[in-house]
Each structure stands twice: as structure tokens, then as C-alpha cells.
Design a protein. Structure first.
Ligand SMILES: [Zn+2]
Length: 82
């Protein structure tokens, strides 16, 4: 499957899953720093949080989140607020 044939919803779903992956990988450690970037306020995690907040504010965002939770291993973790 190639990108030009994806619907807008599919592209948005992929971006959402990517943002969640970024948040998992860039979650601050015990010292409050990102384990990847080694920064206290990771710009990648901040951008991913802003993207997910924007998606939630849109009416179609609800549909995207519901699809995201139905994917099994990528289902939302209760410890992750996003
Ligand atoms: Zn980071």
C-alpha cells in the first residue's frame, strides 16, 4: 500500500499511532529527562502531545481514537494519558 492511495482518515490514524509511539519512546525517566533526547522537556514528545490534543479537539478525532484502541497491541495504556 502506498501513501497516495490512503484516505485522509487513514493518514490521520497513522499519524496518531506514530505520535503515540513517540510519546512511549520519549517518556521521561526518573531523572525527568527523555531517554532518547536527554532533554528535560523533549521537543518530540511535546509535538506529539500537541498533535494528539489537536486530533481530540476535532469531531473526527473521536473516530480515530476508537479505531486506534481496536488494534490490539497498540491499544491505549491506562498509564498513558494520551
Ligand atoms: Zn525525546
Amino acid at each position: 500500500m502506498t501513501a497516495p492511495f490512503l484516505s485522509l482518515a487513514q493518514i490521520r490514524n497513522r499519524l496518531t499511532l506514530t505520535a503515540r509511539t513517540i510519546l512511549r519512546q520519549h517518556r521521561p525517566g526518573r531523572d525527568g529527562r527523555c531517554p532518547v533526547c536527554r532533554l528535560p522537556h523533549c521537543p518530540a514528545a511535546t509535538t506529539a502531545q500537541h498533535f494528539l490534543a489537536t486530533i481530540r479537539r476535532t469531531s473526527d478525532g473521536v473516530e480515530v481514537q476508537q479505531r486506534g484502541t481496536a488494534t490490539g497491541p497498540l491499544a491505549r495504556n491506562r498509564n498513558e494519558p494520551w
